[in-house]
Write a new protein. Structure first.
Length: 463
């Protein structure tokens, strides 16, 4: 590459090489760049994404492909010729290939699997046979294993022979003659040990493993609790089947976070990037919860009609309806968001429900008292400015509003904290108890609390 070309930015160099139509120069240029820089080129020049991947050495193309968004991966596979697609899919690590294939329609999966080499096809079909969102879909069968009776010298020879195709050699796995997992050992311990030392003299017996049917979210928690870069995956008989690496867990954590955010916003999970999802599909994802929430809010009108006589006698009570229901909804949304997040990162479990409830009841009382005092002061100040608005009974109206705020906020925090835990107990996703859902529930019950308190304080006076 000329010195003049090297002084340009990566994008400018790429544009000049495209204009020159020198395929060999384009290939050399792409192979010389960092993987992340090539991914940025694909993001900036989506019309050339297949050309970029197709012109790279296959092992580098696979490294770029696996860090792209699923929509970009689909577009590239559509445009690449079958020969290039076969090279790319066969080069991809088994777990990354499975992640990609499971996002495709079954008819497309069948066609792509035919392009795989027999051994890779066998591995892929095996991984695709495990339940969706299970650890089995994430694991890779490319790892280094040895036996407990091997010496360190034999282990190093095994690593040199087989580690080339392994996803990681940070940890070496020890099995017995039946294929059962015995332990694992860090590569550092192998390197530092004397050559004649046996493996069973190095291992400590503190093995942490995942079951092939474990949920991916559970696996994410195990990784965080044990500070591992890779974990072995076994079946119900403790047979070592593969390993899961930390990079897979990072993708899982990112997907789980995105799904929870969408559910907490009151929509179904989007399985495609927002700008790529068809409008009608986006409509179907959003309309269901909107209808449910709308029907829930209709109960608010029903509650207000039940207290129609009270409102007619004391129209001033209607002025505070938005204040009451919004305070309850906000407190409920706060509580549900905090509890869902705490459950997601493993800070609390269902077993902690009593501790959570006690804390939220106390929090609700404190928060409600502060808002109730502010509400009462607001009415008192407004009465001093314009006495005609609330009349002679401003004190009782203020008291009704203040006490109602305590009750509504208390109910909001209680509902918002307990509903996610209740759903988790039933086996549902806690994120389903989204902020809009909790807010709708508290809106309806907040009105009942408000008018019931008003009846207590104002019966025989304004009501």
């Amino acid at each position: 590459m000329s010195l003049e070309l090297e002084q340009l930015s990566i994008e400018e160099q790429f544009e000049q090489l495209l204009a020159s139509e020198d395929k060999l120069a384009i290939r050399d240029f792409l192979n010389d760049q960092n993987i992340s820089d090539v991914a940025e080129l694909i993001n900036k020049y989506p019309e050339y994404e297949a050309q970029i991947v197709g012109n790279m050495a296959v092992h580098r193309a696979a490294s770029v492909f696996k860090i792209l968004d699923i929509a970009q991966q689909k577009d590239i596979i559509k445009e690449l010729p079958n020969s290039k697609t076969a090279e790319l899919l066969n080069e991809l690590p088994a777990d990354d290939r499975t992640d990609f294939l499971e996002e495709l329609p079954k008819s497309v999966i069948r066609d792509l699997i035919k392009l795989l080499d027999p051994e890779e096809r066998k591995i892929t079909l095996s991984l695709l046979g495990y339940p969706e969102d299970s650890v089995g879909r994430l694991m890779t069968p490319d790892y280094v294993y040895v036996y407990a009776h091997n010496t360190v010298e034999e282990v190093i020879a095994t690593i040199r022979k087989f580690a080339k195709n392994s996803e990681t050699v940070d940890v070496i796995y020890i099995i017995n003659e039946k294929g059962e997992l015995v332990d694992d050992v860090k590569i550092k311990d192998i390197i530092l040990a004397s050559p004649e030392k046996r493996v069973d003299e190095i291992i400590d017996g503190r093995i942490v493993s995942l079951n092939v049917n474990d949920d991916q979210e559970h696996a994410n928690q195990v990784f965080k609790m044990n500070n591992r870069v890779a974990l072995p995956v076994v079946d119900d008989n403790n047979i070592l089947l593969g390993i899961v690496t930390i990079d897979d867990m990072l993708w899982v954590a990112n997907e789980e976070f995105s799904e929870d955010m969408q559910k907490m916003g009151g929509t179904e999970v989007l399985d495609e990037p927002y700008l790529d999802i068809p409008l009608l599909k986006l409509f179907r994802k959003r309309i269901g919860w909107l209808v449910v929430l709308f029907l829930g809010e209709m109960l608010t009108a029903t509650a207000m009609s039940y207290f129609e006589d009270e409102i007619a006698k004391a129209v001033v009570l209607a002025l505070f309806v938005p204040l009451i229901i919004s305070s309850g909804g906000n407190s409920g949304s706060q509580a549900s968001t905090l509890i869902i997040q705490a459950m997601a990162v493993g800070e609390i479990t269902i077993a902690d429900w009593w501790r959570v409830m006690r804390r939220e009841i106390l929090s609700g009382l404190l928060l409600g008292t502060v808002l109730g005092i502010i509400g009462f002061i607001r009415i008192a100040v407004w009465h001093s400015i314009a006495p005609a608005i609330y009349g002679d009974h401003w004190f009782l109206i203020g008291l009704s509003v203040g006490v109602s705020l305590v009750g509504v906020v208390l109910w909001g925090t209680f509902s918002g904290s307990m509903l996610p835990m209740f759903l988790k107990k039933l086996g549902a996703d806690p994120a389903v108890s989204s902020a809009p859902f909790v807010a709708t529930l508290v809106d309806v019950t907040g009105l009942v609390i408000y008018f019931s308190v008003a009846l207590i304080f104002l019966r025989g006076i304004l009501l």
